[in-house]
Design a protein around this ligand. Structure first.
Ligand code: ARG
Length: 262
């Protein structure tokens, strides 16, 4: 399918794109000239995997969240509409959705890893993350040791799964966070591992955060390998929203606190 072109409206963006130092892996003149190409004309499509509150989750039939708000800023800077494509995390993190032209950008609380960097190009980091443990309230499960011999629910293709496997834990895979937590509620798993920021909102009378594991992860937005013009545009928007306070406002809306500096 031929790609369409959306001219970057902001002068700063065009300048950045033209100044891009690499011209790899683009097979068409428009890309070489630094013009941002989109899968569909006039629309920036983003693949994401809800439920993953506060990053992407459904509200009144619409997908909202921190990731959606950040990518909407990119769309605004490009002068195009934003469209959210809901899809399994597996294809998001593997680069398959980008390579298949299912979306222009993947934005799904994706931790930047070396392996994933081989399959897509990442923006500058926009969020810091660690792993956490969600358990039944009062269960006393507050360490890796306590999980020995128990069943730990993990999300398919995530860094939480990798982390749990590295610890030698016995894991059960779920396609998304919703199914993971449902399994914990109905007792088919004893604990759930996922990014700490998404587990917090589940703490209630029945569930609590057992503990946090510092993994030092960072989220990035991903574009197809070699899509330099779009990557430059994404990074330019991230820089702008950091500088003009938009990012802090988005962060506060969804996380509830101001981002710690640095
Ligand atoms: N940060 C983790 C990872 O990159 C989990 C992300 C899951 N995201 C989602 N929207 N379900 O593997």
């Amino acid at each position: 399918m031929p790609r369409t072109h959306a001219a970057a409206t902001a002068v700063a963006l065009s300048a950045l794109a033209l100044a891009g130092c690499s011209s790899t892996a683009t097979d068409d003149d428009a890309a070489a000239s630094g013009e941002v190409q989109l899968v569909r004309e006039g629309v920036l499509t983003m693949c994401t995997n809800p439920p993953y509150e506060p990053f992407e989750y459904e509200q009144d039939g619409e997908v909202v969240g921190l990731d959606v708000d950040v990518v909407r800023e990119v769309a605004d800077d490009l002068g195009v509409e934003l469209e959210v494509v809901v899809t399994p995390f597996e294809g998001i993190q593997s680069g398959a959705d980008l390579n298949a032209g299912n979306c222009d950008v993947v934005a799904s609380g994706i931790t930047i890893t070396e392996e994933r960097e081989e399959n897509m190009d990442f923006s500058a980091p926009y969020f810091d993350a660690d792993q956490g443990l969600l358990v039944a309230a009062g269960s006393g499960l507050d360490s890796v040791e306590a999980l020995e011999g128990l069943q730990v629910g993990v999300q398919q293709a995530t860094t939480g799964l990798d982390w749990a496997a590295e610890q030698g834990l016995s894991t059960v895979e779920f396609e998304d966070l919703g199914l993971q937590v449902q399994a914990l509620r109905n007792g088919s798993v004893d604990a759930v591992v996922n990014d700490i920021a998404v587990l917090g909102p589940f703490a209630d009378d029945e569930l609590e955060i057992g503990t946090t594991f510092t993994t030092g992860e960072q989220y990035g937005l991903g574009v197809e390998t070699g899509n330099t013009a779009l990557l430059e545009a994404v990074d330019a928007t991230l820089e702008r929203i950091r500088e003009d306070g938009t990012y802090d406002a988005i962060y506060e809306t969804h996380i509830g606190t101001a981002p710690s500096e640095g």
